[in-house]
Design a binder for this molecule. Structure first.
Ligand code: MN
Length: 243
């Protein structure tokens, strides 16, 4: 077992040259030297459907992922709240294995719980209702039946609404609920989790029924840097993904 790397919230979009450059370099350097790479959601800032693989930027991302997977790095990708429409065509083309949310993997000599994080923001009841709607198969089939341009416009509109709603919500409402995170660990008999989504990177240590638990939070990627989490042997730590 070599090094496992975890990232999330890269939010790739064709027009963010800085983040894209950083990500492509990360794939060719740090990720290429790892034994596995776990992308825990929101790799893309938006994913309107797998027919958008024909877009040249998306095609470049997928072929870079494919190159990494073909080199022998075990690549795993989880859906986030922005790219949950990545489907079978995307996974086949990229060579990535789909990670369900939440899931358990072996890392750092024990069990590790992985989740994007949005399902744990339970104080935001409005968002959780929206999440249930758009994660239903019937909604997704109906949405994907629309032309690509119409889907992109609908996503842009949802984004504008969500930005507006965010201004009325407090930081606490939009953060992971501690009780929900604890419950998920207990249900899975696990003491350590990694998630993203909140863009509040950090390590939270807490006691749960007498066991020391850890919640590691990945950050989002910026032009000037990004964090990843590295697990090697029994050690876990943050690393600069742009170094
Ligand atoms: Mn997210």
């Amino acid at each position: 077992m070599g090094r496992a790397l975890f990232i999330s919230d890269v939010h790739l979009s064709g027009n963010e040259a800085g983040v894209s450059r950083l990500f492509f370099r990360f794939l060719e350097t740090q990720a290429a030297g790892a034994s596995s790479l776990y992308i825990l959601g929101d790799l893309f800032d938006a994913w309107a459907g797998d027919d958008d693989l024909d877009d040249s930027f998306n095609g470049k991302v997928v072929s870079s992922l494919r190159k990494l997977a073909d080199s022998g790095v075990a690549l795993h990708i989880m859906h986030g709240n922005r790219d949950f429409l990545m489907g079978r065509r995307f996974f086949e083309a990229s060579g990535a294995a789909h990670l369900s949310d939440p899931c358990l993997v072996s890392a750092c000599g024990g069990k590790m719980l992985l989740t994007h994080g949005d399902a744990l923001c339970t104080s935001d009841t409005e968002y959780q209702a929206f999440r249930r709607t758009v994660r239903a198969e019937a909604w997704q089939s109906a949405f994907l039946a629309q032309p690509l341009a119409a889907r992109k416009e609908a996503i842009a509109q949802l984004r504008r609404q969500s930005e507006q709603m965010k201004q009325e919500k407090t930081g606490a409402v939009m953060d992971v609920d501690h009780a929900a995170a604890s419950r998920l660990l207990t249900e899975n008999s696990c003491t350590r989790m990694i998630h993203g989504h909140t863009h509040k990177p950090g390590k939270h240590v807490f006691d749960l029924d007498g066991s020391a638990c850890e919640r590691w939070v990945l950050g989002d990627w910026h032009d000037n840097g990004a964090l990843c989490i590295a697990c090697e042997k029994d050690e876990i730590r943050f690393l600069d993904a742009g170094e």
